[in-house]
Write a protein that binds this ligand. Structure first.
Ligand code: G3P
Ligand code: CA
Length: 307
């Protein structure tokens, strides 16, 4: 359970840009229901305070993952960067959800008992909109829903947050790269100031990351995985960041990534996942990672600073 703390001002540098996160009122775990869109701001300026801390699927240790509530809680805790997962419905709407089935994080089994295995791609957007995506996590989140990517982008933008967008299982959704970029563009997320420091697109699929880079060479991208050092130069041709599972890395590997210049000519970065405890946060910080992707961003900040 996270510790309620005063709103914090922190600053750090990222991708050649700096920002200051001014946290709004911090919600307590006892009263997190229906957080309204907070007014926290992300501005510019300030010294490097620690690694970038990404709220994984939002502040998902304390609110249902990939919901607007999890995004809002992240900004209330003072975190600008949120991570999400994007998939596609039967009728072609992009939605924000991690699993390729709806069973774990919604009440789909009650609402549509005859639709096993409840795959995201077998349901229309209207059907998914009927589902409760909060009660599984806690009664206080009853009524939370699976957001469309458009709804999600609008909320993150309104919160003045920044987005680490994962295209999840692109092999299931032909054309999802082009479609994701289209939605991002329509929502204003491909405007210069967003591309410059507010958006990173990542995937476990090399082909997906390479395609996103080809379609929008100005976008910052990240590859999810831990390529062998000998293979890193190939990745540097089309991506800027390598984002590995924390158990798979060493200080030497991180240094090898940093030695390379990525697709935009800057030293490549490393953002590691999923780190939810202080000891591991300090361990990966000492390895030299640039960012930590975590379900419990307050725990990581407490351990290593960052924002
Ligand atoms: O951002 C890193 C992380 O999200 C990758 O794993 O399964 O949580 O999407 P997963
Ligand atoms: Ca993810």
């Amino acid at each position: 359970m996270y510790v309620v703390r005063p709103a914090a001002a922190a600053a750090a540098a990222f991708l050649g840009f700096t920002l200051t996160v001014l946290g709004g009122t911090v919600a307590s775990a006892a009263s997190p229901a229906r957080p309204s869109a907070p007014r926290a701001a992300a501005g510019d300026g300030g010294p490097l305070a620690g690694p970038v801390v990404y709220a994984h699927r939002g502040a998902s240790a304390y609110a249902p993952e990939n919901t607007l509530e999890a995004v809002d809680l992240a900004v209330r805790l003072g975190f600008a960067w949120v991570e999400n997962d994007v998939q596609r419905t039967k009728d072609g709407e992009l939605v924000v959800i991690h699993d390729d089935t709806l069973a774990r994080t919604t009440d789909v089994e009650q609402v549509f008992p005859d639709r096993k295995p409840w795959r995201v791609r077998d349901f229309t957007a209207a059907e998914i909109a009927r589902l409760d995506a909060g009660t599984w996590f806690g009664e206080e989140y009853a009524g939370a829903f699976v957001p469309t990517l458009r709804e999600y982008l609008d909320r993150v933008r309104r919160n003045q947050q920044r987005l680490l967008l994962e295209i999840k299982k692109p092999e299931l959704y032909p054309g999802i790269e082009e479609q994701t970029l289209k939605v991002l563009g329509e929502a204003g997320w491909l405007d210069e100031r967003y591309v410059a420091g507010r958006l990173v697109v990542q995937s476990f699929s090399t082909d997906c990351v390479r395609l996103v880079h080809r379609l929008r060479p100005d976008l910052v991208t990240a590859f999810l995985g831990t390529p062998a050092v000998a293979d890193l130069p190939k990745y540097a041709e089309f991506t800027d960041r390598i984002n590995p599972w924390h158990t798979t890395i060493s200080a030497e590997w991180v240094a090898a990534v940093h030695e390379l210049r990525g697709a935009h000519g800057k030293a490549m970065g490393v953002d590691t996942w999923i780190v939810d405890d202080a000891a591991t946060a300090r361990k990966v910080r000492d390895m030299g990672v640039d960012g930590i992707i975590t379900n419990a961003p307050d725990v990581v900040r407490e351990a290593v600073g960052g924002f």
